[in-house]
Design a protein around this ligand. Structure first.
Ligand code: SAM
Length: 202
């Protein structure tokens, strides 16, 4: 369940990226398949068993000149970054003025990749870190609302073997139905944000 709402909200934003696109913390490059044919894609990550970077590096010191990219994608990375605003400023630096950033961050999720899991974000936290880093016109969308969040936490417990696993699909159906009835989006499994790199440096 966790990925279905995220994929649904994220896909059109990834498909809208153009030109030279940097995927920061690309992991296994799961969203490269959605990039347009004309996109020149570069995936950056640290080396590791779960990453397939074209360029090895970290978001704190991106090995690119100012304004090198038209678009930047970074999915489920900033919760692992000690100084998210500084890292986003570095993203802004390598984007051309007017370039687009697309990021996703978890709202509700247990600690993972411990101890390198530092933050959970609210909608307003995402808007704040983007603004502080020099991005404008941010739009933040919930991927999975209140009931998806509750249902996913229940399912994680089920999958740990504490309850009957047959209940997982039932929980998913109930959570989706409840969210569709207009549940609060102030609690979300993940946030998908887009913004524009301002003309001025932050
Ligand atoms: C949860 S995985 C997400 C991978 C991929 N973006 C995805 O959505 O499937 C987090 C990724 O962020 C990378 N990462 C964590 N801290 C980083 C940093 N400071 N600089 C660059 N990548 C980082 C990790 O190596 C890992 O590949």
């Amino acid at each position: 369940m966790h990925y279905e709402p995220l994929l649904r909200v994220l896909e059109p934003h990834v498909r809208s990226l153009r030109g030279a696109v940097l995927d920061v913390g690309c992991g296994m490059q799961p969203y490269r398949r959605w990039m347009r044919d004309e996109v020149v894609y570069t995936g950056l990550d640290r080396e590791g068993p779960l990453s397939r970077p074209d360029v090895v590096g970290t978001v704190d010191a991106l090995p690119f000149d100012d304004g090198s990219f038209d678009g930047l994608l970074s999915t489920q990375v900033f919760e692992h970054v000690g100084e998210p605003v500084a890292a986003l400023r570095e993203c802004a630096r390598v984007l051309r003025p007017g370039g687009r950033i697309v990021i996703t961050v978890p709202g509700v999720w247990p600690a993972h990749e411990v101890p390198y899991d530092y933050w959970r974000f609210t909608r307003y936290g995402v808007e704040r870190v983007l603004a502080d880093a020099g991005f404008v016109d941010s739009e933040v969308a919930a991927a999975g609302g209140f009931w998806a969040s509750v249902g996913q936490m229940v399912n994680l417990e089920i999958q740990r073997g504490r309850f009957a696993r047959d209940l997982v699909p039932l929980v998913n159906v109930c959570a989706s139905w409840l969210d569709r009835r207009g549940a609060s989006e102030e609690m979300a499994l993940a946030w998908v944000a887009t913004a524009t790199r301002s003309e001025a440096r932050a």
